[in-house]
Design a protein around this ligand. Sequence first.
Ligand code: NAD
Ligand code: APR
Ligand code: ZN
Length: 243
Amino acid sequence: METNIHRLAEWIQTAEGTVVLTGAGMSTESGIPDFRSREGFWKRVDPQRVATVSALEEEYETFHHFYRLRIRGLERVHPHPGHQVLARWEQQGYIRGIATQNVDRLHQRAGNRQVWELHGNILQFHCHDCKKAAERSRFLQQKPCVHCGGRLRPDIILFGEWLPETTWSEAMEAVQQADLLLVIGTSLEVYPVNQMPQLCPGKTVLINADKTAMDRQLDLVISGKAGEVLQHVDQIVAKTEEG
Ligand code: NAD
Ligand code: APR
Ligand code: ZN
């Protein structure tokens, strides 16, 4: 583990254009469950019943209850030190930006400015029927759309829906120009985001708590917790910078 940490620190410093890709594992140390590990959401809830368009259209009450709880849970969470490291690395010019599957906006709250939200965000809302923007309070109170009486939803991408085209193509362009892709806290199970590592011409590194089906396709895999590993790498980078 030690040499891998030192190797990552060296790659972070020498790379010209590093892009970071994060998943739910980046937010668990802030208290937000992920989806597929032991305490993940999908261990308790069937994603087909809450994270698909048919769930929204046919079981709105179940859909609404799941997201209402997640939104209320977000009121008490904060970015952890690992998020702060990534914000500092952008300010110091070590990373170009973060492509994230997370919808919690913790990267932006930590201070990152270039964040491509590939699965949208759970803090803004719109009407599923007329697509007009909607108030958070109106969603939480389960009120219908003021414009058309339709069903309100968070601005997230549901299974089977297309990723936001501009965000997706900008993130893909950044990955295809990167000489280092740092993947953090994702099982790499979900298409099309899980295609990113093989589309990067540079080195690919994964920091993850569990093994993934893609481990062997990556140049370096560091098994561990995002917050702890990122702080450790950052200490080595800072020490080398001091000379
Ligand atoms: P799926 O098999 O229904 O989705 C796979 C589809 O993603 C592909 O067939 C492809 O058509 C589509 N896709 C979306 N945007 C694309 C793009 N810009 N370029 C190419 N293909 C694109 O469902 P899945 O594989 O189980 O999950 C992946 C899909 O579900 C993706 O669209 C992903 O964004 C979305 N998703 C939503 C959530 C959520 O709950 N917030 C979670 C994960 C994935
Ligand atoms: N540090 C490092 N890795 C962690 C940590 C941590 N503190 N906590 C969890 N992990 C790892 C888990 O071992 C798991 O492999 O993060 C990974 C999270 O994987 P998933 O739960 O599958 O989450 P993610 O990859 O982001 O899912 C992709 O699926 O359902 C959708 O909307 C959801 O956008 C999400 C998408
Ligand atoms: Zn409407």
